[in-house]
Ligand binder design. Structure first.
Ligand code: NAI
Ligand code: UGA
Length: 434
């Protein structure tokens, strides 16, 4: 099939490359000429495992030619189906900001006015229930002067990939949710996912657009709340001198609980959990419902960075101390720092007078834009030298392999927010929940 993917960020680039790999002909449409140029050289605009190989195979000079990028919306006219992968950030009150989606839908509608062919538009972005039906579809209709369901199709297909393992998650999903209010869109979505359905034997959930939208929020809210509950229990474990990881390993054996997402520590960050929990809370409140558990989940999460810094301060006077921050991205295997827990940790350390030396394998440049005045190093070992204490904020594997480097610290003190460093002789070690 011929597909266009509007928005070439973490999701748009990944799904475009994966669909090309599954045999579709794909064009990425983005307003950012720099991103478009990079994709057309066969290189990903983001750091993501497996993407360099896929882009080289399909967009590179010697590739299959099944993937290209452009800033021109008219490219949509040479395709049958368009995915909208535009950002859905939050307003100051936490509610969803649909403005980029509105701009994209309007421009896409105006583009579709130029063709009489049937076309299906699929909302891939995370949007609160009702957004597709009440906001996006009317804009597509007014821009194209066509009737949804009769002259073009509209579907909603939420994405569940995680950054850091985006390619493998997309190609091996635990479910594919196909939301549509018309048969044409439902049938087109089936065709798009056919190569994945037949190879991965993935469960397909067919539903309407509002339910598809809600499934995405329920999924993210459940996972975020699960981690917060684990952190709440982990904080209790710490008070009792019990290892939360041993406790979680035991309860994770219960199928009703599940073994994943039981890692306690400095909390959840990233571009999605915080904004999606905020958006569904705001949407619920607007309907007159206060979601108490989600509120508590956010509250626990907001306090974990402070608990980490308080724990460090039990061992060292932070005023004037040289403190190493290891890990800046919101999770390992990505350069994304959006809502990284490193941000509140750095802010708290600065408030308490610490001098910060920071290191991350791939996220130094984005963090330098956020905090230009910090001292950044090229290796973790350099960051530890002469330091009065270190905090671990991201669970990069390379931190687990650090050994002699701790001996170069002025004060070998490690406060681990991710349980990545082993306790050992010669280091004062504190785990956040163990
Ligand atoms: N990042 C993730 O892991 C996941 C994100 N999502 C959802 O997917 C959506 C997109 O997220 P990301 O890919 O992270 O966003 P992003 O911010 O990484 O990428 C968005 C892209 O859209 C482009 N863009 C902005 N306005 C445009 C316009 N009018 N026309 C064409 N392109 C335009 C930007 O230049 C950028 O390249 C969001 O709703 C997010 O919640 C869903 C699952 C996973
Ligand atoms: O909507 C989205 O954008 C995506 O959000 C999350 O994916 P992502 O944020 O990329 O990464 P996760 O692996 O879920 O980690 C999120 C945060 O939770 C933290 N986390 C995760 C697991 C855990 O056990 N403990 C824990 O603190 C991570 O360190 C990270 O800060 C979801 O896992 C994806 O299914 C979803 O598609």
């Amino acid at each position: 099939m011929r597909l266009s993917v509007i928005g070439s960020g973490y999701v748009g680039t990944t799904i475009a490359a994966c669909f090309a790999d599954l045999g579709h002909e794909v064009v990425n449409v983005d307003v950012d000429q720099g991103i478009v140029d990079v994709i057309n050289t066969g290189t990903p605009p983001i750091h993501e495992d497996g993407l360099p190989e896929l882009l080289e195979a399909h967009a590179g000079e010697d590739g299959t030619g099944r993937l290209r990028a452009t800033t021109d919306y008219d490219a949509v006219l040479e395709t049958d189906v368009t995915f909208l992968c535009l950002p859905t950030p939050q307003n100051d009150d936490g509610s969803i900001d649909l403005s980029v989606m509105e701009t994209g839908a309007t421009q896409l509608g105006e583009t579709l006015a130029k063709t009489s062919d049937w076309h299906t538009v699929i909302v891939k972005s995370t949007v609160v229930p009702g957004s597709t039906e009440d906001t996006i579809t009317p804009l597509l209709e007014s821009g194209s002067e066509k009737i949804a369901g009769e002259e073009f199709g509209v579907g909603m297909n939420p994405e569940f990939l995680r950054e850091g393992s985006a390619v493998s998650d997309f190609l091996n999903p635990d479910k594919i949710v196909l939301g549509a209010d018309d048969d044409g869109a439902q049938s087109d979505m089936h065709q798009v996912f056919e190569p994945l359905i037949s190879t991965a034997e993935t469960p397909i959930i067919e539903t309407d657009t509002r339910t598809a939208e809600m499934i995405k929020y329920a999924n993210n809210a459940f996972l975020a709340a699960k981690i917060s509950l684990v952190n709440d229990l982990g904080n209790i474990c710490k008070e009792f001198g019990i290892d939360a990881y041993e406790v979680m390993a035991a309860i994770g054996r219960d199928d009703r609980i599940g073994a994943q997402f039981l890692r306690s520590g400095v909390g959840w960050g990233g571009s999605c959990f915080p904004k999606d929990v905020a958006a569904i809370r705001a949407a619920a409140r607007k309907e007159g419902y206060e979601p108490a558990i989600l509120e508590a989940a956010v509250d626990v999460n907001d306090h974990q960075p402070e608990r980490l810094v308080d724990l460090l301060q039990k061992h060292v006077n932070l005023d004037g101390a040289r403190i190493t921050v290891l890990g800046l991205s919101f999770k390992p295997q990505t350069d994304d720092i959006r809502n990284s827990r490193a941000i509140p940790v750095i802010e708290l350390l600065r408030e308490r007078g610490a001098e910060i030396i920071a290191y991350d394998p791939v996220a130094v440049d984005p963090m330098r834009e956020r905090f230009p005045a910090l001292d950044y190093t090229a290796t973790a070992a350099d960051a530890l030298e002469d330091s009065d204490g270190a905090v671990i904020v991201t669970d990069w594997d390379e931190f687990a392999a650090l050994d002699d480097a701790f001996e170069t610290m002025a004060n070998p003190l490690v406060v681990d927010g991710r349980r990545i460093i082993e306790r050992r002789d010669g280091i004062t070690y504190e785990g956040l929940t163990w």
